[in-house]
Design a binder for this molecule. Structure first.
Ligand SMILES: *[C@@H]1O[C@H](CO)[C@@H](O)[C@H](O)[C@H]1NC(C)=O
Length: 176
């Protein structure tokens, strides 16, 4: 009897020690933090997510397309996918950032490691930089009517955002 308990003790210790580790990976926000990314780059209200540990591919599902307000508005589609690597979300799909009244698909989001206190949104043409502190925690995401506020600028079918359409768009925005 006594011998059996001696064997159980280390196992019990291991289980207790492993418990917080298991817990720390149970939300997509924890996965982001594990990669050195702020949790606030994804909004509140995520209903489902998956992360492929081998390559960092992730997929999250929201109840509806929605907008979250940071310094700029950020739009999230129903499905958001991308690839997690240290300090970076790459191959992003389903996230758009508003600038000068236009919406730009965000291709990747990255931070400096070690942190510089800045976060960069790569929208293809430029890197927009924001203060990292804006993205510390997930924001409320307000549902948008998909017909009403469909982002006004999407890349062409070939996936290319043409700079000339950007400039046209900007001058329209300024005339307003
Ligand atoms: C979202 O992803 C699911 C698969 O997980 C797919 O069936 C559905 O069509 C996608 N919805 C949109 C709007 O892309």
């Amino acid at each position: 009897m006594g011998v059996r308990h001696q064997h159980l003790f280390p196992i019990l210790c291991f289980l207790i020690a492993a418990l917080p580790l298991a817990r720390s990976q149970d939300s997509i926000y924890d996965h982001l933090r594990m990669y050195g990314l702020p949790a606030g780059i994804l909004p509140k209200g995520i209903t489902e997510f998956s992360v492929e540990p081998s390559n960092g591919r992730f997929r999250v599902k929201l109840p509806q397309p929605c907008n979250a307000k940071f310094e700029n508005q950020v739009h999230y589609d129903l499905n958001v996918t991308g690839t997690l690597s240290p300090g970076k979300v790459g191959e992003l799909s389903g996230v758009l950032a508003q600038d000068l009244f236009l919406w730009f698909p965000v291709k990747d989001i990255h931070v400096d490691l070690p942190s510089s206190g800045l976060i960069y949104f790569d929208v293809g043409v430029v890197n927009k930089q924001f203060s990292l502190s804006l993205f510390e925690s997930p924001r409320d995401c307000a549902a948008v009517d998909p017909d009403d506020s469909q982002p006004s600028l999407r890349p062409d079918d070939d996936g290319v955002l043409h700079p000339e359409s950007l400039f046209q768009g900007n001058s329209v925005a300024m005339v307003r």
